[in-house]
Write a protein that binds this ligand. Structure first.
Ligand SMILES: C[S@@+](CC[C@H](N)C(=O)[O-])C[C@H]1O[C@@H](n2cnc3c(N)ncnc32)[C@H](O)[C@@H]1O
Length: 228
């Protein structure tokens, strides 16, 4: 399975969740859902989550680095309510607009920097993050915070790029300062270190992307864990 995505150049970059770094994603927010591959990717990942986790219509979810909330919205028939969060104000604004629909009664979007903001008091039955962590800095800390957001019995699902040896996925960004994907061993270790139980790593499809060497598939993993 591959979902298509086209490269796009950027005149400015982003940092590790602070400073001018949010501009890129805020600027892209208005057209995010219409970019080739984006919605399809969220739909495909939602199907994987449905197969992998015991989703229930009374579940509360929080999406981390959720952008416009594509993944949460793809789960609307499977969960109760979702809080879509992102560090980029432009993304949060677009996410909030999409949730202004009776299907999403009780849902909300808010700005939240998982790396630097204090942990909120609420706890959730489901914490999801799709292609978000590789844009952050200290990943073991972010994974721990994701697990800390879980209510007892809750599930965390992190979907991200497998380790991209030659950095081809982000080659179009001159000043990319995130991670070129992660090894599944690292993801497993970080979740266990954060106290998650039943940690599992499985395939989550691929992002098909135009690179300097033509079209390539970049595989993704799904890392899940549970809080007892
Ligand atoms: C590649 S986009 C993915 C968006 C969405 N999950 C999707 O799949 O369409 C990565 C997102 O992570 C967000 N992000 C980066 N650092 C963050 C942080 N420290 N806290 C919260 N969100 C962050 C960015 O603003 C951006 O919206």
């Amino acid at each position: 399975m591959g979902t298509h995505e086209h490269s796009h150049g950027h005149g400015h970059g982003h940092g590790h969740g602070h400073g001018h770094g949010h501009d890129r994603f805020s600027d892209e927010a208005a057209t995010w859902d219409d970019r080739p591959g984006h919605a399809e990717r969220a739909t495909a990942v939602a199907a994987r989550l449905r197969e992998t986790l015991p989703l229930r219509p009374d579940m509360t979810a929080i999406e981390i680095g959720g952008g416009t909330g594509l993944l949460s919205r793809a789960l609307v028939d499977d969960i109760g309510t979702a809080t879509v969060t992102d560090v980029a104000p432009g993304m949060v604004e677009v996410a909030a607009g999409t949730l202004d629909d009776p299907r999403y009664a009780g849902w909300s979007a808010r700005r939240y920097d998982i790396e630097h903001d204090p942990l909120p008091e609420e706890r959730y039955d489901l914490v999801v993050a799709l292609l978000a962590l590789h844009h952050m800095g200290d990943i073991p800390t972010v994974v721990r915070r994701c697990v800390d957001l879980l209510a007892p019995g809750g599930h965390v699902a992190i979907i991200d790029l497998d380790h991209d040896e030659d950095g081809a996925f982000h080659q179009h960004l001159d000043d990319f300062d995130g991670h070129h994907g992660f090894t599944r061993e690292d993801a497993h270790r970080w979740l266990e270190a954060a106290g998650a139980s039943d940690v599992r790593l499985t395939d989550a499809g691929a992002v098909t992307k135009e690179t300097e060497d033509g079209e390539r598939d970049f595989p993704m993993f799904l890392a899940t864990g549970r809080r007892v």
